[in-house]
Write a protein that binds this ligand. Structure first.
Ligand SMILES: *Cc1c(COP(=O)(O)O)cnc(C)c1O
Length: 380
């Protein structure tokens, strides 16, 4: 479906990504972090923006690497011809170790069991495996506990087949106003990685900062930073210090496929949750939760048509939803509908949509479905 671009078949619902804006955001982050490397995070289909195209754009900016969550995402990058180092940040399933080696993808090691398994696979191939170690400094998810980290460093360092290229960690609260946990996490990380200096070993590359930390904690920059959401032009939260100026790169559009009269008292959509108390007009939009547009937006969301906001009425369905355009609205079948983005003087942000849906912009963007074609503008 994604390859269908000829007009008679093209879906009226699509996402448009401005590649030049992704580049602008990358450069704005570069400006903020100075000599540090940027590892663009392109997991979850590049936060819904399209994995391959976005990875190609970032690769051209010569980052030290890219990061994804899962092996399969790394494989997709290799199959798209991406050749920079790719870090897979998610948990390591030992059954996938050969996959990492076949595709030259960098594993994240978080446990003492892993080096043994990786070494067996490396020895079989008579090659060295360069891996990254993740330390749990307070996120409480992936990563080895600080008190066990030294043992892991020693196990890897002792192996002729394994090499630690980087040590990293992840923040739990870097985008929040309270700085306490983030500062504690940085302190713990510094203590853990001081092992290398004390052991007379070169310190591997260190990286820690996600978008929230890039915006609010310059002490977290170390050698490289790992921005995700910021690269796409969206702040991790509305309240975060907006110390780097970024621009949203994604617009989500659709088209009115039907307008009609809706008499007073006649309900709209499943469950008959809404009916007008006056004679009005409605418009049907051909997209729904099957495209990742949350059902939570039923009777809550808004869209733009001809530069004006219109409310969603009734339930969002799998493939369509309805907006009330009012008795005299100047809206016709075929009009462009903006779901996220700007039209005329009005803008709907991913942040607004996520607020209406009681979630975060990450979930809205990464949830935009496979069924929605992506188009790219300003390709350089
Ligand atoms: C997703 C992720 C990031 C990027 O986070 P943003 O908040 O989008 O900047 C960085 N590091 C890890 C480990 C992640 O899982």
């Amino acid at each position: 479906m994604k390859s269908i671009t000829n007009q008679p078949i093209a879906r009226p619902t699509y996402v448009e990504v401005d590649l030049d804006r992704l580049k602008t955001n990358y450069q704005a982050i570069k400006q903020a972090v100075g000599r540090r490397g940027i590892i663009p995070v392109v997991k979850a289909n590049a936060y819904g923006h399209g994995l391959k195209e976005v990875a190609r754009l970032f690769e051209a900016l010569r980052p030290p690497g890219l990061a994804v969550a899962f092996l399969e995402e790394g494989v997709a990058l290799r199959e798209a011809g991406i050749s920079v180092p790719v870090l897979v940040m998610g948990g390591l399933d030992h059954a996938q170790i050969d996959g990492f080696l076949d595709y030259n993808l960098t594993m994240t090691v978080s446990s003492l069991d892993s080096p043994v398994e990786i070494e067996t696979a490396a020895a079989r191939r008579e090659r060295t495996v360069r891996l990254q170690v993740k330390v749990d400094t307070g996120m409480g998810r992936m990563g080895i506990r600080p008190e066990e980290a030294i043992q892991l460093f020693e196990a890897i360092t002792a192996s002729p087949f394994l090499e630690i290229v980087a040590v990293y960690s992840h923040f739990a609260t870097a985008d929040e106003p309270d700085r306490t946990q983030t500062e504690d996490q940085i302190q713990t990380f510094r203590e853990v990685v001081s092992y290398f200096r004390r052991a007379g070993l070169p310190t591997p590359t260190l990286h820690f900062a996600n978008s929230g930390a890039i915006l609010q904690h310059s002490a977290s920059y170390f050698d490289q930073v790992r921005p995700g959401i910021m690269l796409y032009g969206v702040y991790p939260t509305e309240q975060v210090d907006k110390t780097v100026e970024i621009v949203p790169a994604l617009t989500w559009k659709s088209k009115v496929v039907l307008t009609k009269r809706q008499p007073a008292g006649c309900p709209v959509s499943y469950g008959a949750t809404w009916a007008p108390d006056h004679d009005t007009r409605i418009a049907t939009i051909p997209m729904g939760y099957g495209d990742g547009y949350p059902r939570r937006l039923s009777n809550r969301g808004q869209v733009l048509i001809r530069g004006s906001r219109y409310p969603i009425v009734g339930r969002v369905c799998m493939d369509q939803f309805v907006v009330e355009i009012g008795p005299n609205a100047d809206v016709e079948t075929g009009d462009e509908v903006v779901i996220i983005g700007t039209q005329g003087d009005e803008t709907i942000t991913a942040d607004q949509v996520s607020g209406w849906a009681r979630t975060i912009p990450y979930e809205i963007l990464s949830g935009i479905g496979e069924r929605v074609p992506r188009r790219y503008t300003n390709q350089t």
